[in-house]
Design a protein around this ligand. Structure first.
Ligand code: IPD
Ligand code: CA
Ligand code: CA
Length: 278
């Protein structure tokens, strides 16, 4: 097959196939004893299943798309510059992979984790696939092609007021401490929004906003592999995603704020600590 002639739709269908196969691999290890290793601390974990899922995906992509570049958590995450890896993205097509997003949930048998694969072209995210193998929910989107959950179109929620908003956020492993920024932010939300959840898988959390289950999601310090796929899915579902300064989110940004658009400015203001009218 001439790689140059393959359409983006074919690339997307292949991504869906690889991600589903990785899901089967992961499910074969559910409820089995796991080899759990600490990366930077006891909240930053990796199992042999994360590594196997990643190797499987890398092999598949390298076989069928040898000229595409790959950025993946367990291979590239140790690099000092991995957070900034996409400040000057390589040209051409690239695959950005989180082989298990939500590893702590996976280890604890909580059915909220996913395989996340985003595809970029010349640095621009163009496709996203996020698959939860336990619930068999597959979110997918192609730029200007709409967003889907198991093939059915999805759209962000209609909540117009911040008091109707169900939000989610998450902890960075190194910021898991009493005076962390996010703990203070959650405190500021109390009484102003419907509630705040900490679900533990950023890629899926973005998809929950895309499908209208959550109204918004914010998180500091995420990596490109947490966000590349969910970003396309959220935007194609009519949502918005910025950094905390309100500028369009870029994969190397250190802050992320996403929502159904209606509540976005109020959410940004709350996160900045500005008092809202009661
Ligand atoms: C984690 C999840 C979690 C987020 C953490 C991430 P991992 O990814 O996305 O929701 O709060 O900051 O590190 O380590 O399970 O792939
Ligand atoms: Ca992750
Ligand atoms: Ca991961």
């Amino acid at each position: 097959m001439n790689e140059q002639l393959v359409s983006e739709d074919t690339i997307m269908q292949d991504a869906i196939r690889y991600v589903k196969e990785a899901g089967t691999l992961i499910m074969n290890h559910m409820r089995m004893p796991l080899q759990i290793q600490e990366k930077k601390n006891g909240s930053d974990l990796v199992t042999e299943v994360d590594v196997q899922s990643e190797q499987f995906l890398r092999e598949r992509i390298a076989l069928h798309y040898p000229h595409h570049w790959i950025l993946s958590e367990e291979t590239d995450g140790g690099r000092e510059d991995s957070h900034q890896a996409l400040q000057q993205p390589p040209a051409g097509y690239g695959w950005i992979i989180d082989p298990i997003d939500g590893t702590i949930n996976f280890i604890h048998n909580i059915a909220h984790f996913a395989i996340s694969v985003g595809i970029v072209k010349d640095g621009v995210p163009i496709c996203g696939v996020v698959y939860n193998p336990v619930t068999d929910e597959l979110y997918s989107a192609r730029k200007q092609g709409g967003a889907f959950l198991n093939g059915s179109p999805i759209h962000v929620g209609r909540e117009q007021e911040i008091c109707q908003a169900l939000l989610a956020t998450g902890f960075q492993a190194f910021d898991w401490k009493p005076n962390s920024v996010v703990v203070e932010q959650i405190g500021r939300m109390t009484g102003k929004v419907r509630s705040v959840r900490i679900m533990g898988a950023a890629s899926l959390d973005l998809c929950l906003v895309a499908s209208g289950r959550l109204t918004g999601f914010w998180h500091d310090g995420l990596y490109p592999w947490d966000v590349a796929a969910g970003l396309v899915i959220l935007q194609e579902a009519g949502g918005t995603i910025t950094n905390r300064a309100g500028r369009p989110f870029e994969l190397c940004d250190n802050t992320l704020v996403s929502s159904n658009l209606f509540i976005h400015n109020e959410l940004l203001s709350l996160l900045e600590g500005e008092l809202l009218q009661a």
